[in-house]
Each structure stands twice: as structure tokens, then as C-alpha cells.
Ligand binder design. Sequence first.
Ligand code: 13P
Ligand code: SF4
Length: 329
Amino acid sequence: MIYKNEDFKNFGFLKIEISKEIKDNLVNEILKLKKEKEAIILAHYYVRDEIQKIADIVGDSLQLSIEASKTNAKIILFAGVNFMAETAKILSPAKKVLLPDLNAGCSLADSCPTEDFKKFLEKHPNHTVISYVNTTAEIKALSDIIVTSSNAVKIVNSLSKDEKIIFGPDKNLGDYVNSKTGKNMILWNGACHVHKRFDLNAILNLKKLFPTAKIIAHPECEKPIILIADFIGSTAALLKFTKTDNSDTFIVVTESGILFKMKELCPDKTFITAPPTDENCSCNDCSYMKLNTLEKIYLCLKYELPEIQLDINLIKVAKKSLDRMLELS
Ligand code: 13P
Ligand code: SF4
């Protein structure tokens, strides 16, 4: 049977049977296929623990973009979400880039439709357009510079004082960068469904229960949370902080997948996940990141599908803003 990308999107990957023998030995089978096909597995800190364990590199958006731009592997399997795999394809267009589930999107990227963003840009001519990496390839092509949460402040600070800037799509990150740089960037009103749901009062109550705990937050969180946080940073920066800071307890205000690495790096420290507004839902899990499973990774490597496919002209234009980011990082 010859499959196509669409088969995996429309019918769901797991309709293809995996034999019991392979299921019982899934990790080894993945590692075997990875070697045979000269593939590399890049994984974000938010994916399931068992995937982080088998990945060649686990990182934040910036680290993973850098790795994708310099790897010698023939295939990049991206255990993450669509915009991350698209970024890898733009930076390494000659390579085959696979995403285990094409439905792994991003609510922040979705909050910025291309046509609406174009109109927004038309309303503010003569502005430098800076976009967060959590965007589609089309939005990257409309941007002058891409940033991630680990280099946004540095990159904005590197521009001239009077440069007029539009920042999209994350309003919370944009607000945070404005506060750190003293700039007055015009912000697109987008947000991430995970980070906007954390409950300030529940976090303050946790702090009463654990008074010596440090509150650490991702800059995609809403302003009231940023204001009470002891440390704010990208996933990689949060990890580094928990490793080097002398506190032994942390209230972690970001997607819960990061706790795996935190506990692995500091087994003697205590990490508490911050509660979302609705205590009955696991809203501090990114449902898109969690679409990645070992079964899908196995099938993805076996069939080399689903593959990220982007128009070559789109790649050329979008690459300019990503290259600019890599130069300035
Ligand atoms: P990082 O760049 O900090 O890894 O963040 C990516 C992301 O999607 C956060 O929601
Ligand atoms: Fe996108 Fe939010 Fe998931 Fe990050 S956590 S990938 S911003 S939906």
C-alpha cells in the first residue's frame, strides 16, 4: 500500500495496524529505523516524557531551529507542532521534514490569519515587522525578523531606538518585550490557549502553601502572572534557572511537559504545576504537543509520512526573516 500525506491527516495514523511484536518493542524499533534512514529526532520540552527520552535533541524553539539549520541527517523528524516543523523545513529545504501528526497545530499561530495580518500591516506602514516563531510560514514571509521567547528582548534591543515596530502574534510576549526594552511596539492581539488559562489566585494560594517556592513563568502568560513571577523566560531559560537557583521548590507556570526535564536535571528539587482556571481540565497541557506519540513516530519513520511540504518561493521569502533571527541571536 502506498500512502500519501492526506491519508494520515484524514484517517488518522493509528488506523494502520502495528503488530504486537513491534508494539512490545517500540523504542528499539524506532531507534533501528532512525539509524537505517539516517534520521534525527528533534523534540520540544512539551512533548510526552517517553518521546523526550528517545529524542536526539530536546530543546526550546530557538535551540531546535539552530539544530534544524545545521544537521547532516537526511530526515528531520520533528516531535513538536506544525510551526516548528515548518521552521525546520524553511531552514533546511533540501531535507525531508516529518511531523508525526499534521493536526499538531498551535493556537497562537492560529490566532494570526494571513489576510487579517496583511490588513493590520497596511494600517501601519513603515514599521519593521517582528514575528514570534509561533506563526505559519506565510506570516514569516510577511515579517522582517523572527524571534523566539529566548531572544526577543535581545533582538528588539539591537534595533535602533527610533525604529517603529509591529509585533505579532503574541500580545503577552509583546507586552513583556515592551516592558523590558522601553519600546512601544504595536501588538497583534493573539494568545496561546494554554498560557492564558493559568489562574492568578490559585497560584497565589499555592505560594501561601509553599512560601519559599519561586514562581517561574513563560512570557506567553498574562500580565498579572508576569508581574508576580520571580523569574520569566523561555522553556530553556526556565530549565537553566531551576538548575542554578538555590531554591528547592518551584511553581512552574508553563506547559506541564517541561516538568520531565526539570525533574531529570534536579531530582532533589520539588516542581509544582500551576493550576489553570478550570481545575477540572488539564488545560496546562498543550493538546497539540500531546498528539505526538511513540506509535505515530514509529509509523512516521517507517512510511516517511506525513511530510512537511512548502512552496519553494514561500520558503525563500520566509527564510530571510529566520536567517535574520539566527544572525542576531
Ligand atoms: P519556547 O521557545 O520557550 O520553547 O516556547 C515555545 C512554545 O510554544 C511555548 O508555548
Ligand atoms: Fe502553541 Fe501554546 Fe502549544 Fe506553545 S503551548 S505550541 S504556544 S498552543
